[in-house]
Design a protein around this ligand. Structure first.
Ligand code: ADP
Length: 853
């Protein structure tokens, strides 16, 4: 079976081509990535480091390949990527519907809440997985759904909102507000649509109902339109105003245009003549005092115009009543609305069910002149209401609200207002109470005196409850916001393009270092990182154009370092002009997240390096031991020849002597070539290319190295990192430092007893970075200490322990490349300390840049 046959079919061609290209370019060390088939049939992602070894003539003789399984890393990266996107939406949605679909629009995930909704809307009981999501949306909304999905695909990661309807089995719709986001895989290809939705049915219907009912109420209250007339004592008109004329023109066209001299009784339905006459009599008996009466007029379309009148007797010169002055109001709509409602017409059904009004007409003393049937609301019939005294009526107001209402009323009366709005709890006949909104119209005579009161009370219990629910929802949302954000603010665009912060709430100081009280002045002046400025500007203009944006940016903390924040910007649209007037910003400090992600990536990278190191050492070990085996033969030959020469030199012929010398020379040349090859291999894997100084977090590097060894070859020792450290970043070649640490620590492990302690100490002074590796092992004899850094040299007491004598020479080389030095202190049987001193090079970088830049 060839190795190549194990490669993933999709990778074979690329990998083969890469090798060819490297060969052609004369590159002997290269790195490849591909998928490899495991014996169990699955594929692994691997990293492959290959080294081509050439012989003395430069002809390629063999390859060394180091293969690392990186499958887990690959998978984790992809999963993390996807789960992040998901988690975010779950966090942001408490009682939300959550669904995901594949790119065909079929559900791959739905939460309970959503299944519930669909069960109610479509009476379907299945799990919905695999079902076409369009089946759960009314056909009229398919177009907009499709459009929204296309927008998501065009801008993955960006949420788009859409309102979709589901049928309500009771008739009408469930209105749901959705946010769609396309989630992409690591190749940035959209793989699913993530949807989070909220039920806004209540909001929509309440708004709709209020809207309709308001329009109605408006027309009732505005039906002001006073009619002004005067009659003589024969009930004939002596004056009528234009408004009254218009009414009569419609109601009694046969009476003509000019009503002066016409009998006023002709403009009243016969059934109400008595009531009118009784009122006139009262006026004559008590001149100057107004009396009220409701009179009906004929209506050509059928039914009546209802008018409320105030009659007053006017005294003539001889102290007798000579004229009746009348002021009237049209209350038709008032009465008709009530009738319409009770007719339960389909188009008023909703209002009837939700906001049935109770309409009462009071005299100036508060007595009831007229009431509709409110029994379905208050439990009282019209008859019961009309029989109530003012104090009994007052008792319909909840005792806790009554004093307030009475005080308000007294004030409005003193101000001679013509309208008022009261909100209180009304007590139902059964004793329960509910919230009402009471629109009151005070009808006033010419002199401003009160002549009647119309009250229209609407049950707003549902609304109050809805508002309460909304408030709770908002509170819930706010807690959630607090969970996902540190602070939120409102910014308003100024004409010159600048932004004024009008409101800010949350833990501002923790993020920025500035006190919350100063937030509205300071937030916009906080410096953003130069590298982010362009992006933020672009986001702002998108927000100004009505788009919701989310970006990650750096802002400068009061103490000068940069803080990573995630800012979501939601446009605020002015409802009348439909222009974006500002935006709502939700800010979250993500430095920890950023640092953690960066730290993890950093550690992963260092760990991978270290494994590479381990593999290299293993290779060297194998090559060295193979070569030391091969070297025995020539050495034996040399030794024999030398022996022969020294013992029998005198007896040997000149010819034999030179033959023996020649043999020695030949074998020496062979050995030296072998050693050459060996150092080539060692050098090859050791140090190639330039010293790459890079700002490195040495503490992390040491920590990762120690942790990694603890889990591998150092399990039986006590490995300790002891860091006395100030600078987070120093300029070193990270690979070489890892090589140093790995070799010193693995020696310490190898040459000291199980259970003993090994310390890696990290120190710093003004000039140097110092790394010390101490053990309690076998120690190094004084006479060997000078030579242990030579290649292949091993101390006398180390012969029983396997090794190649290469490690320390690598260490020395790495240290010297940093212009540093390596020292050893050791005592046989006590322990050894290797000290590495490196010149201190510190990078001056902003604090926030330590790991994330
Ligand atoms: P290897 O460890 O493969 O023998 P090195 O070059 O790493 O080769 O080390 C060279 C020699 O230095 C070792 O053979 C050993 O004699 C000595 N030595 C290195 N580190 C220690 C140690 N921590 N304790 C005792 N002896 C050591």
């Amino acid at each position: 079976m060839s190795y190549r046959s194990l490669l993933h079919p999709d990778d074979v061609e690329r990998v083969t081509q890469e090798v060819k290209d490297y060969r052609a370019a004369g590159i002997d060390r290269f790195y490849q990535q591909y998928r490899l088939r495991h014996a169990n049939g699955t594929y692994l992602y691997v990293d492959d480091y290959t080294l081509l070894i050439r012989d003395g003539e430069g002809v390629p003789s063999y390859y060394f390949s180091y293969i690392y399984n990186v499958t887990e890393r690959k998978e984790a990266e992809t999963a993390l990527y996807q789960s992040n996107a998901r988690l975010k939406s779950i966090l942001e949605s408490d009682t939300a519907y959550i669904a995901r679909t594949d790119m065909e629009g079929r559900f791959t995930f739905v939460n309970h809440h959503f299944v519930d909704l669909i069960r109610r809307a479509y009476q379907r009981e299945d799990s919905l997985i695999g079902v076409d999501s369009l089946e759960t949306i009314v056909p009229e909304d398919h177009g907009i759904t499709h459009e929204t999905v296309m927008r998501c695909i065009a801008q993955p990661g960006k949420p788009f909102q859409v309102i979709l309807r589901k049928p309500n089995p009771q008739g009408g719709y469930f209105h749901t507000l959705w946010e769609f986001v396309a989630v992409v895989d690591d190749q940035n290809v959209p793989v699913e649509i993530q949807c989070v939705g909220f039920d806004i049915t209540q909001l929509m219907t309440t708004t709709e109902a209020l809207h309709r009912a308001n329009a109605l109420l408006q027309s009732i209250v505005n039906g002001d339109a006073a009619y002004l007339i005067r009659t003589d004592m024969d009930a004939k008109f002596t004056f009528v105003n234009e408004r009254f004329r218009r009414l009569i023109r419609i109601a009694y066209p046969e009476l003509g245009e000019d009503l002066i001299g016409v009998n006023s009784m002709d403009t009243i339905v016969p059934e109400d003549h008595d009531a009118a006459l009784v009122t006139v009599e009262k006026c004559i008996a008590l001149p100057g005092k107004p009396y009220q009466v409701v009179l009906r007029k004929r209506r050509p379309a059928g039914g009546h115009f209802f008018t409320l009148w105030e009659f007053t007797g006017v005294l003539g010169a001889d102290d007798r009543v000579t004229e009746i002055q009348c002021i009237g109001f049209d209350i038709t709509e008032l009465v008709e609305t009530q009738q319409l409602l009770s007719e339960r017409e389909e188009r008023y059904r909703f209002i009837f069910e939700n906001t049935l009004d109770s309409i009462i007409l009071h005299g100036p003393d508060g007595s009831v002149l007229y009431s509709n049937d409110t029994s379905s609301e208050t439990g009282y019939t019209a008859k019961e209401i009309m029989a109530m005294s003012p104090s009994e009526l007052a008792a319909l107001i909840h005792p806790d609200d009554l004093p307030r209402i009475q005080a308000e009323q007294a004030q409005y009366m003193a101000e001679k207002r013509s309208e008022a709005l009261y909100t209180y709890r009304m007590v139902h006949k059964s004793g329960t109470s509910f919230w009402v909104e009471n629109h009151v119209r005070y009808l006033r005579g010419l002199d401003g005196a009160l002549m009647g009161i119309i009250t229209v009370s609407r049950n707003i219990d549902e609304r109050v409850k809805a508002q309460e629910a909304l408030r709770q929802n908002e509170a819930r949302y706010r807690t959630l916001t607090r969970m996902v954000s540190d602070f939120a603010f409102e910014g308003v665009f100024n004409p010159d393009g600048s932004i004024t912060v009008t409101w800010l709430e949350g833990d501002y100081e923790a993020v920025t270092g500035y006190p919350l009280e100063t937030a509205t002045q300071t937030w916009m002046s906080i410096t953003a990182h130069l590298d982010d400025a362009e992006r933020v500007k672009a986001d702002l203009s998108r927000t100004a154009a009505g788009e919701q944006t989310v970006s990650e940016e750096r802002v400068m903390h009061r103490d000068g370092h940069y803080v990573w924040v995630r800012v979501a910007r939601l446009p605020i649209v002015d409802s009348s002009s439909e222009r974006v007037i500002g935006y709502y910003g939700v800010v979250q400090d993500i430095s920890a997240e950023k640092n953690q992600a960066a730290l993890k990536a950093e550690q992963d990278r260092l760990r991978a390096n270290l494994r590479h190191e381990e593999a290299l050492n293993e290779t060297i070990r194998r090559v060295v031991s193979a070569i030391s085996h091969d070297i025995r033969t020539p050495l034996a030959v040399i030794s024999t020849s030398k022996d022969m020469l020294s013992r029998y030199y005198e007896r040997l012929t000149e010819e034999r002597r030179s033959a023996a010398f020649e043999t020695i020379d030949k074998q020496l040349a062979f050995v030296s070539r072998m050693l050459d090859d060996l150092s080539k291999i060692v050098k090859g894997v050791l140090i190639e290319g330039q010293l790459e100084l890079k700002a490195t977090n040495l503490r992390t590097l040491c920590q990762v190295t120690v942790d990694e060894l603890k889990q591998t070859i150092g399990q039986k020792h006590r490995l300790v990192l002891d860091a006395d450290w100030q600078h987070e970043l120093v300029m070193v070649d990270e690979t070489l430092i890892q090589r140093i640490l790995f070799n010193l620590l693995s020696n310490a492990i190898k040459f000291s007893p199980e259970g003993s302690r090994i310390t890696l100490r990290l120190e710093q002074n003004e000039r140097q970075t110092v790394l010390k590796v101490s053990d309690e092992g076998i120690g190094i004899p004084a006479e060997d200490q000078e030579r242990i850094f030579d290649m292949f040299y091993r101390a006398g007491n180390a012969q029983q322990i396997t090794g190649t004598g290469v490690g320390l020479s690598i260490v020395k080389e790495c240290v010297e490349r940093h212009a540093g030095r390596v020292l050893v202190e050791s005592q046989v049987g006590v322990g050894t300390t290797f000290t590495i001193e490196l010149p201190l090079l510190v990078e001056q970088a902003p604090r926030s840049a330590n790991l994330t830049d």
